[in-house]
Design a protein around this ligand. Structure first.
Ligand code: NDP
Length: 310
């Protein structure tokens, strides 16, 4: 019987019932616990609250795979003690939450809602916003989350350009890839959404030059990872008026330090890394499916490529 270490003890109460049930439904007879002797562990469900870089996987002699609870794996993928396959989380609940966050914040800016929600001078600004079809949106990253968000934005009528490392085919989306493709995806976009993983190839992808590719007064949404954006260049673009607003969910340091200029900048909205979250019920089914596959000798789904970093 395989033994699964749930290495995210702070989240165990959310999974204590649903994960064993999902394993049973997937036909896997397994013991799952947040507390197992290292030499008994076959699989790890991974999402520690503390410093992930501190994890030492070499103490698990039987370990066959590590299944990340999170979609982003930048803190574990380069861990030198990790010598078994690593999977990242692809969870319908996580995806649904991200689609809600991205469409909600895109519509907030598209409709200019702020001017009506906070209107202390009771200004009668009766100018209707443009149609979505007049506001091009760039979605950087067309993976599980980016493709779903791009598809939702297409269904609302936005002209959507997407960008990925390899060429993707997302119906209704003008797909670009590679370094030259980024220039085309960003050129004249009025909203940009970052849903890239953090890797050496994506860090600071939104630097001063790329920010300047966007339309004057454009809006940046970053639910991806903080270091995707050059913060100094972002603040300069907001201050000069080149950018109209930034809605940021992820930051180089989290929690965002109290004195950080983003908190008080009038053109920045800070959300505290809540764009979306792995949902225990649906994530448990994803974990159970992968363990069933491993037990049956089938290839794991959503494998991380250490070379690519995601
Ligand atoms: P995926 O791995 O499914 O997709 C990643 C996408 O980024 C792919 O389209 C990939 O290209 C593209 N990409 C990667 N590297 C490059 C590059 N160098 N140049 C161009 N494109 C690149 O990830 P998910 O969609 O599941 O998640 C994306 C990120 O969202 C996570 O890594 C995490 O950082 C963030 N996240 C944030 C959350 C929040 O609450 N704020 C919650 C969950 C995730 P290709 O298609 O060619 O592989």
């Amino acid at each position: 019987m395989p033994r699964i270490l749930f290495m995210a003890g702070h989240r165990w109460p959310d999974y204590a019932t649903v994960l064993p049930r999902a394993l049973e439904e997937a036909g896997v007879a397994a013991e799952v616990s947040p507390d197992l002797a290292p030499d008994a562990v076959d699989y790890i469900v991974y999402g520690p609250a503390g410093d992930p870089a501190a994890s030492d996987f070499s103490v698990f002699p039987r370990l066959r795979a590590v299944l990340s609870l999170w979609a982003g794996v930048e803190t574990i993928v380069a861990n030198p003690s990790l010598t078994v396959p690593l999977t990242r989380m692809v969870d319908p609940g996580l995806t649904a939450g991200m689609v809600e966050y991205v469409t909600g914040h895109v519509l907030r800016h598209h409709l200019g809602m702020d001017a009506h929600i906070v209107n202390p001078e009771h200004h009668w600004a009766n100018r209707a916003p443009p149609l979505a079809s007049e506001r091009p949106v760039a979605v950087l990253g067309l993976g599980a989350l980016g493709a779903a968000c791009a598809t939702a934005l297409v269904s609302l009528g936005f002209p959507v350009r997407g960008w990925s490392r390899t060429l993707r085919d997302v119906p209704g989306v003008a797909c670009h890839h590679g370094p030259e493709g980024l220039e085309a995806a960003l050129g004249g976009a009025r909203i940009a959404v970052l849903l890239l993983p953090l890797t050496p190839g994506t860090e600071n992808v939104m630097d001063a030059r790329r920010l300047a590719r966007l339309a004057p007064g454009a809006v940046l949404l970053n639910p991806g990872r903080g270091p995707l954006v050059d913060d100094t260049a972002l603040l300069a673009a907001l201050d000069s008026g080149a950018l109209g607003h930034a809605t940021l969910d992820t930051f180089r340091t989290e929690p965002l330090p109290r004195e950080h200029p983003f908190w008080s900048h009038p053109k920045v909205t800070v959300t505290p890394h809540i764009a979306s979250e792995t949902r225990p019920a649906t994530a448990s089914r994803a974990i159970a499916e992968n363990i069933a596959r491993a037990e049956a000798g089938q290839p794991l789904l959503h494998l991380v490529d250490p070379e690519r970093g995601y």
